[in-house]
Design a protein around this ligand. Structure first.
Ligand SMILES: Cc1ncc(C[n+]2csc(CCOP(=O)(O)OP(=O)(O)O)c2C)c(N)n1
Ligand code: SF4
Ligand SMILES: [Mg+2]
Length: 390
């Protein structure tokens, strides 16, 4: 149903009307994840804009479907959001072990219906297949209820744990400040763990919620707080660092540049039975979009960023390596570098460098372009690797 972009947009969003700035580049990604996996989604959210617009208590944009299913959300500290999500993963894993044990105990009795036994065995085998667990949970529940009513203590306990029958989709959501900087130690620890967890990094290239401080995701040349003359060192390549593990699914996306690639990456990340990291480009009011329509055209700005080589789209899927194929796919087309400078001058965070430091701006922008080219070339080399040899 959600295999292509058009169909995915018929799915009910379980993230609705948020209090984010209009045109915010972050919220469409959060909404998309809720459309794809919302009925079984768990969110561990870092502090940042996403935690504020997602939990503007007493109201929240997270909602539930007609069956009463929807994302479960909680927010943790800035510096340990990944460990917080990991705790959810481990807690859920433990509870599924308990469900497995109880199903075995409940169906060991001779009086247990043969169909219940078969379904229990099937669930134990397929408990990590989301669609199958949805089907099996619906079939198992009447048997569990019947067993509990007949006095089976294992079924009685299973009834209290029924909400663990459907495979959960664990997401850890944070901004660039949380992911590249302050929560990075935890992020590294969690992706290294090998656990089945999905991380979504909403990359605004600054600490947006506190007014736009420079982070390790801020590119060279951009003005931000603590980088008032334009940042002088290049943006950290968080995605490439994560690929070094070899068993982490990694993708860089920009919905407004290629929504099919974005959808594919998010679906692949969720389906990958290990850690996944999706880094999503997100225009923000702190960028000062000069494009006509401003933040109302933030999706178009994402397109411009990719077209000129400022941002690149790629996916690293470890499962391809297992098949002797190159796990790295460069999805964005060769950049039109001649548009790079215009892109920079279309955002106040760069344009203001030119106004404040006219003598240095030219050199800084040239260096920003050189850094983007260096980064792009590293992807081109990676995409050309031969993985067929043993
Ligand atoms: C350890 C710690 N330092 C600083 C803060 C203050 N703080 C809250 S949100 C935020 C900015 C978050 O930036 P980012 O992770 O990029 O998310 P964004 O707001 O850009 O979506 C900061 C600095 C905090 N909550 N905890
Ligand atoms: S400050 Fe930026 S990231 Fe935060 S809600 Fe506004 S546009 Fe979105
Ligand atoms: Mg940010």
């Amino acid at each position: 149903m959600n295999a292509n972009v058009k169909n995915s947009q018929f799915a009910q969003p379980l993230f609705e009307f948020s209090g984010a700035c209009s045109g915010c580049g972050e919220t469409p990604y959060v909404k998309l994840v809720s459309q794809l996996f919302g009925d079984r989604e768990m969110v561990a959210n870092a502090t940042g804009c996403s935690s504020i617009y997602s939990a503007s208590i007493p109201s929240t944009p997270y909602t539930k479907n007609a069956k009463g299913q929807g994302p479960a959300f909680d927010n943790s500290l800035f510096e340990d959001f990944c460990e917080f999500g990991m705790g959810m993963v481990l807690g859920n894993k433990k509870m599924k072990e308990r469900v497995t044990m109880l199903l075995r105990e409940a169906t060991a009795d001779e009086k247990c219906p043969a169909e219940f036994k078969e379904l229990a065995e099937e669930w134990i085998e397929k408990q990590n297949d989301a669609e199958e667990t949805k089907r099996l949970a619906a079939l198992l529940k009447p048997f569990i209820k019947g067993g509990a009513e007949a006095g089976c203590p294992f079924c009685a306990e299973l009834q209290t744990l029924e909400h663990y029958l459907v495979k959960r989709s664990q997401w850890i959501i944070g901004g660039d400040g949380a992911s590249y900087d302050i929560g990075y130690g935890g992020l590294d620890h969690v992706i290294a763990s090998g656990e089945d967890v999905n991380l979504l990094v909403l990359d605004t290239e600054v600490y947006s919620n506190t007014g736009g401080q420079s982070s390790k995701a801020t590119p060279l040349g951009a003005i931000a707080q603590f980088a008032a003359q334009g940042k002088r060192i290049r943006k950290k390549d968080l995605g490439m660092i994560a690929t070094a593990y070899g068993y982490v699914y990694v993708a860089q996306v920009a919905m407004g540049a290629d929504n099919a690639q974005c959808l594919k990456a998010i679906r692949e990340a969720e389906a990958y039975p290990g850690p996944s990291l999706v880094i999503a480009y997100a225009p923000c009011i702190n960028h000062g979009l000069k494009i006509k329509g401003g933040m109302g055209r933030s999706q178009a700005e994402e397109g411009r960023a990719v077209e000129c080589g400022y941002w690149h789209l790629w996916r690293y899927n470890p499962q391809l390596a297992e098949q002797g194929k190159n796990p790295f796919t460069l999805d964005s087309k060769a950049p039109q570098w001649e548009k790079f400078r215009d892109f920079l001058l279309g955002e106040v965070r760069y344009l203001s460098v030119q106004k404040a430091y006219p003598n240095e701006a030219d050199e800084l922008f040239a260096e920003a372009e050189r850094m983007a080219k260096l980064r792009y070339q590293s992807y081109v080399r990676k995409a050309a690797e031969d993985w067929s040899v043993e």
